[in-house]
Design a protein around this ligand. Structure first.
Ligand code: GYE
Length: 334
């Protein structure tokens, strides 16, 4: 039980955009050299890929960055340009524009929030540079703006967390507080929606909900506020491990025992979270697999080679209770 796998599910097949982008991209094969989009086209065999990362906000993000940097190496045929947007959309837009100006072969990014990308993605498209989304989705009506989206099903993660809460605690009139991820981010929107839909009809009630921006420090501060305001909290649902770990600190500082006096459910299943789960301080974790580097490398190579790529690659996630965490920890990769 509880093994970590990265499997692909083919939801939709052909990306027409891939064909378009390649057409435009192959300008280096002859026509229009001096102009804008001199993308290099990887004719030296090396794929120059510009990656704009969200930030360094969590253990999940650290594992994700490592996976990308460890996979998109020179030995593997890549020249990786990497930038950290410090959780700011304007920084990501700036990084993407700079990759367009540099004429990279492929742009990949994990969008900090869902909306507001159309303009810069149009610019990439006009320059003939294919874009791959990793981890988080964009909310756009124009699917031709990217080749493929590789990442987990966040709604499902929220549902899995909510279903477990119902299984364990329904009938006890539990009062829950929610630590939300970054406002406007796909995983925050989707996990909230999934959890709420799963607890509907049960007697678990969310009495307060606020963003902790996916960080441990903000998770702690928000939990302190919740504890000052409410003396009847039974359950914390945190959108990631780090905020849950911050909540643990706040609960302990208030003289209570996390995992017992106040139950905790989180999402990610990174090392620190899994350790806290094995130690009994967290009650349940839904995994979100951060090892997206290999899939990104495959899709980037396929796009450059002119192959059809899957428009949506869903990363499969597991879930762990305390016993499963103890079993999984010794061989856990991240
Ligand atoms: O759950 C959280 C990180 O987008 C899936 O971002 C990712 C989320 C992850 O900060 O820890």
């Amino acid at each position: 039980m509880a093994r970590t796998t990265l499997t692909r599910t083919v939801l939709a097949a052909v990306s027409a955009a891939a064909l378009f982008a390649l057409g435009a991209c192959s300008s280096d094969a002859g026509t229009e050299t001096g102009g804008g989009g001199e993308t290099g086209g990887a004719d030296d065999g090396v794929i120059t890929l510009g990656f704009s990362q969200v930030g360094a906000e969590s253990g999940w993000r650290a594992a994700n960055t490592k996976s990308i940097q460890d996979t998109l190496t020179a030995e593997n045929g890549f020249d990786l340009k990497f930038s950290d947007a410090q959780q700011k959309q304007e920084n990501q837009i700036q990084a993407i524009r700079s990759y367009i100006t540099q004429g990279v072969d492929v742009i990949a990014f994990s969008p900090v929030v869902e909306t507001g990308w159309d303009a810069v993605l149009q610019e990439a498209k006009a320059a003939g540079i294919p874009v791959i989304l990793t981890d988080r989705a964009v909310d756009s009506d124009d699917e031709s703006l990217y080749e493929s989206f590789i990442g987990s099903d966040f709604v499902k993660e929220g549902v899995t967390a909510g279903e477990w809460a119902v299984e364990q605690y329904d009938g006890e009139g539990y009062k829950a507080v929610e630590l939300q991820g970054t406002t406007g981010a796909a995983p925050a929107i989707d996990r909230k929606e999934g959890f709420e839909s799963a607890i509907e009809g049960s007697d678990i009630e969310i009495i307060d909900s606020q963003t902790g921006n996916f960080t441990r420090a903000e998770g702690k501060t928000v939990m302190e506020g919740f504890l000052n305001k409410h003396d009847d909290i039974d359950l914390v649902f945190a959108h990631n491990d780090d905020m849950g770990l911050g909540a643990i600190e706040a609960i302990e500082a208030a003289g209570m025992t996390p995992g017992e006096d106040i139950k905790i459910i989180t999402i990610d299943a990174v090392k620190d979270g899994m350790q806290a789960l094995a130690d009994g301080k967290i009650n349940y974790i839904v995994e979100c697999n951060p090892l997206l580097g290999p899939d990104l490398a495959d899709i980037a190579k396929a796009v450059i080679a002119g192959e059809e790529v899957e428009k949506r690659i869903v990363v499969k996630d597991e879930a762990f209770d305390q016993e499963a965490a103890k079993e999984a920890l010794p061989t856990r990769e991240y």
